[in-house]
Write a protein that binds this ligand. Structure first.
Ligand code: ATP
Length: 343
């Protein structure tokens, strides 16, 4: 029997990134798969040495390997980038940002029965970063770009994802009642794509109503597809529904490559103190294994995480509220507990 081996670009990032990515790497290595890691530094940590937070060799590595596991990156003032995270997504044309939110047992603050996947358009909208002062100090303007091409490929991705993952419903989220031209195009395109998928139910929701619906009855929703900014906001809301940013995995999918990164940012307030919850990064690693076709290993990692959370004997500080008997542990010890449960 031959075993596949994979070379994966590993970008530790800034803030809590190196701690949570190191934890995820250890868990993934413990699955027994043959993984070799091409470590590439990007972010504030590399500016002094490389003169840029995003050296060309980082992007070249992701292009060569086709796959990366990435921590959050802080964008420093004067680095020439509005956001390094956004720059990576655009340079590699990672058009779909996939952020699952599923309730795991044993989390007192999580809503029961949530099983959602947010698919966020990742290349345009307000994130094109075109803004300027019209009248200095008095009036400003930002350009929000919505194209048929980007709307079509992200909605098609959402429907394909639904089909391949046994999901039954796609909801397009928009503000087409006010943004009649831009979100009107997004919604119209989503409706056209939906007609190619008669096996998947389609509906749309205005984004403000969507927020209320997600708080009141999140179990009624399945796959959500949204323009960039709404996807950014709603995916933090859905992360909150299932217990917080410490638990929320994510993937950036393109045609040539995919970059897996947790939803959370660099969290400078808790960086370097062994306080960060590594579960978001570990579940991000499981998503990556699924993408590589290693579904069994992915399921084993998810099961080990679920078992540790359900047992509730050890928790990182963010999961402590409501669990008086749980022992608070650091990032590395949480990863150890998960590795110990890997079947
Ligand atoms: P950035 O500017 O890089 O986006 P941020 O601090 O503004 O960083 P996040 O990193 O997304 O935004 O986090 C918001 C808050 O959530 C943090 O201040 C932190 O307290 C908490 N948080 C985020 N990720 C984690 C984690 N993995 N474990 C524990 N707490 C977390």
């Amino acid at each position: 029997m031959t075993y596949a081996s994979y070379t994966i670009t590993l970008i530790p990032g800034d803030g809590i990134g190196p701690e949570v990515i190191a934890a995820a790497r250890r868990v993934l290595d413990a699955t027994g798969l043959s993984l070799s890691w091409d470590v590439q530094r990007a972010g504030a940590c590399v500016v002094e040495e490389a003169g840029t937070p995003l050296p060309d060799k980082v992007l070249a590595s992701v292009r060569t390997n086709g796959i990366a596991l990435k921590g959050p990156i802080t964008t420093t003032l004067g680095s020439g980038f509005r956001s390094v995270n956004v720059a990576i997504r655009r340079a590699l044309d990672l058009y779909a940002n996939v952020r699952p939110a599923r309730t795991l047992r044993g989390l007192p603050r999580a809503r029961p029965d949530v099983d959602l996947v947010v698919v966020r358009e990742n290349t345009e909208g307000l994130y094109v970063g075109i803004e300027h002062e019209v009248v200095p100090g008095e009036a400003t303007e930002a350009i929000r770009i919505i194209t048929r091409k980007a709307s079509e490929r992200v909605t098609r991705y959402a429907f394909e994802y639904a089909r391949q993952n046994g999901r039954r419903q796609v909801t397009a989220v928009h503000k087409a009642n006010i943004l009649k031209i831009t979100d009107g195009l997004f919604l119209q395109t989503a409706r056209e794509v939906a007609s190619d998928y008669p096996d998947i139910a389609f509906q749309d929701r205005i984004v403000d109503n969507m927020c209320m619906q997600l708080v009141l009855q999140p179990e009624m929703y399945d796959v959500l597809v949204l323009p960039n900014l709404f996807g950014d906001i709603i995916s933090d809301l859905t992360a909150g529904l299932v217990g917080g940013l410490g638990l929320a995995p994510g993937a950036n999918i393109g045609t040539g490559c995919a970059v897996f990164e947790p939803v959370h940012g660099s969290a400078p307030d808790i960086a370097g103190q062994d306080l960060a919850n590594p579960v978001a990064a570990i579940l991000t690693g499981a998503l990556m294994l699924g993408h590589l076709g290693e579904r069994d290993a992915a399921a084993r990692v998810e099961a080990a995480v679920a078992e540790v959370l359900a047992a509730g004997e050890v928790v990182t500080p963010d999961l402590k509220p409501g669990r008086p008997r749980a022992r608070v542990v650091g990032t590395a010890e949480m990863a150890d507990a998960i590795i110990a449960k890997l079947s």
